[in-house]
Design a protein around this ligand. Structure first.
Ligand SMILES: [Zn+2]
Length: 563
């Protein structure tokens, strides 16, 4: 008797001190608890149902769920049917579950030519694929460029870091030469130190150049700065690039060049590339016009096609708060069939991302069984075109069924390994939101240790669909397992992850096997269910931590929503 009293008081003390601790850290967010209704609904999540979805979605009959291909369309229809069976309301186009995403494929053809024409010396023709790669983001079958080249350092405008490489220079009609990555720093307050921010990604650089009115942008490839070799650039740019059809300003020449080619270009201008690269590390850097023109003839095959996002809505129970929503996302597309490849050429994408779809469908079913439902609405979006560059989610972010300012949180699932019961979770990016104290306390309740991002310099946060929603201001992150599983040490989990990356990731062998254990997928579904439920019932606003790179996007979207 006395012993159990002691235990009771020890537990009471621990609970109180934990509560006091989390209250001290984040006083503006009260810790949310799950209601009995939420817990009852959550218990419906079943690993064997996730298995059934994965087995079907990764079957050879679905032909690798290629974007805009038959197998991808079958997957979309399957998910829409499951949404209907769960009782979700259609939230796509014209009373359907499908939201059409217009895309276009652009392939640079061998007739394309690039010549550097210095003012004072002989023109230098470049070799496609060997010296440069190019894609016509303006989506034209033929474009000609004859324009001055201007070196713009890192090509970054980042007011929050007091950094502007452009300094108001008029760059209309110019071709901008720039460095990959971002100014190097160990200071976490300056471009997040060693971690990569979006400003370092090549996609940002092309977007910013287009906003400045440039016709072309050439990124100098330097292996150590890019963290991948020229062969990676050449291979990934030699086939078809896909874009959303006619969205915003686009470059006629989005290009990369080899480091040595860039050296030749800069020395033809009578300057030194190393010197320019050093100058670019300074806040005082200004654009440097080079007396060299780019004369380009860009010939492309243009292939318009459509695919669909699949969106369902579960209306909230509160008359006022139901106009706001939590969104769950998971891409259903994968790489399809690669024609002409011998042997197995179906890229089934069992892990990537039939698992995420299975998780999404089980979360949707569990929410639909809840009585009463949470106050805010819940949106479920299975998006297309992730493998083509986050295109489905980009379109969803730009055309959300509920205004972005009223979407309080996105929880995304991508590639959830079926390896058994996880003891860790990775929620990279959650720490950037004011929701993080709830993520921490919920993880504790689920006996999950939060595993920090092992390689922040790789910028994984910018490579999955939650990022598309973060860009329009919605607090967003992905939920996944860490590497520690019940009955195994971390080294085992690490080995599984390495084996998958080396032998199965984006390979035809990412296939379903009956010995897969979906316990972990169900655990991640329940964890995400709990987080989403809390976000859907919380009184406080969820936002970005002060000074985060997505805070201005949120402010902008809220201001637009109030007009
Ligand atoms: Zn994926």
């Amino acid at each position: 008797m006395r012993k159990s009293f002691v235990v009771f008081f020890v537990i009471l003390f621990l609970v109180l001190s934990l509560a006091a601790g989390s209250a001290r850290r984040k006083p503006h967010l009260a810790s949310a608890r799950l209601s009995p209704a939420a817990i009852a609904a959550m218990q419906n999540i079943n690993p064997e149902r996730i298995r059934a979805h994965v087995r079907f979605l990764s079957d050879d009959l679905l032909e690798g769920r290629g974007t805009g291909q038959r197998g991808g369309d079958i997957a979309a229809n399957y998910i829409a049917t499951e949404f209907a069976l769960a009782g979700l309301k259609p939230a796509g186009d014209g009373g359907t579950y499908l939201q059409k995403v217009p895309m276009v494929g652009v392939t640079a053809l061998p007739e394309t030519s690039f010549t550097l024409a210095p003012a004072k010396s002989q023109p230098m023709p470049l070799r496609l694929a060997e010296d440069y790669v190019v894609s016509n983001q303006a989506q034209q079958p033929s474009s000609d460029i004859d324009a001055d080249i201007v070196f713009v350092g890192y090509g970054i405008t980042a007011p929050e870091y007091n950094w502007d490489d452009y300094k108001g220079a008029d760059l209309h009609g110019k071709v901008l030469l720039m460095l990959v990555n971002e100014p190097p720093s160990d200071d976490p307050k300056f471009f997040k130190g060693k971690a990569l921010t979006y400003y370092g990604r090549w996609t940002y650089k092309y977007e910013e150049a287009a906003r400045k009115g440039a016709v072309g942008a050439i990124i100098i490839h330097k292996t150590d700065m890019a963290s991948y070799g020229w062969d990676v650039v050449r291979n990934s740019w030699s086939g078809e690039e896909a874009y959303l059809r006619s969205e915003g300003p686009k470059l006629a020449a989005a290009s990369w060049i080899q480091l040595e080619t860039a050296r030749g270009l800069v020395s033809a201008a009578g300057m030194d590339l190393d010197r320019l690269m050093t100058d670019a590390r300074s806040r005082d850097f200004r654009p440097v016009p080079l007396p060299v023109k780019l004369q380009a003839h860009i010939v492309s095959k243009i292939r318009p096609f459509d695919s669909n996002n699949v969106i369902g809505l579960l209306p909230g129970s509160d008359p006022k708060l139901k106009s706001q929503a939590v969104i769950y996302s998971a891409h259903y597309d994968h790489l399809g069939i690669v024609a002409g490849q011998s042997g197995d050429n179906i890229y089934n994408g069992a892990l990537d991302n039939a698992t995420g779809c299975g998780v999404l469908l089980e979360i949707a079913r569990a929410f639909s069984l809840a009585k009463p439902r949470p106050a805010r609405s819940i949106l479920f979006a299975s998006v297309t075109g992730e493998e083509k560059g986050l295109l489905g989610s980009e379109y969803l972010g730009k055309h959300p069924p509920i205004p972005a300012s009223r979407i309080v949180l996105d929880l995304n699932y991508d590639d959830i390994p079926p390896l058994g019961a996880p003891e860790e979770t990775e929620v990279t990016g959650a720490e950037r939101t004011t929701f993080y104290s709830i993520v921490e306390s919920t993880a504790r309740d689920f006996r999950l240790t939060i595993r920090p991002d092992a390689r922040p310099e790789a910028g994984h946060y910018y490579r999955s669909d939650h990022f598309s929603l973060a860009r329009v201001g919605i607090p967003s992150f992905s939920i996944n397992e860490g590497v520690k599983y019940k009955g195994h040490d971390s080294a085992w989990g690490m080995k599984q992850a390495e084996d998958y990356t080396a032998h199965h990731y984006h390979q035809p062998s990412d296939e379903y096997h009956s010995e897969m254990d979906f316990t972990g997928d169900a655990a991640m579904a329940r964890f995400g269910f709990a987080l989403g439920w809390k976000a859907a019932t919380l009184r406080e606003e969820i936002g970005w931590v002060k000074g985060d790179e997505f805070e201005p996007a949120r402010e902008k979207s809220i201001a637009a929503g109030q007009n």
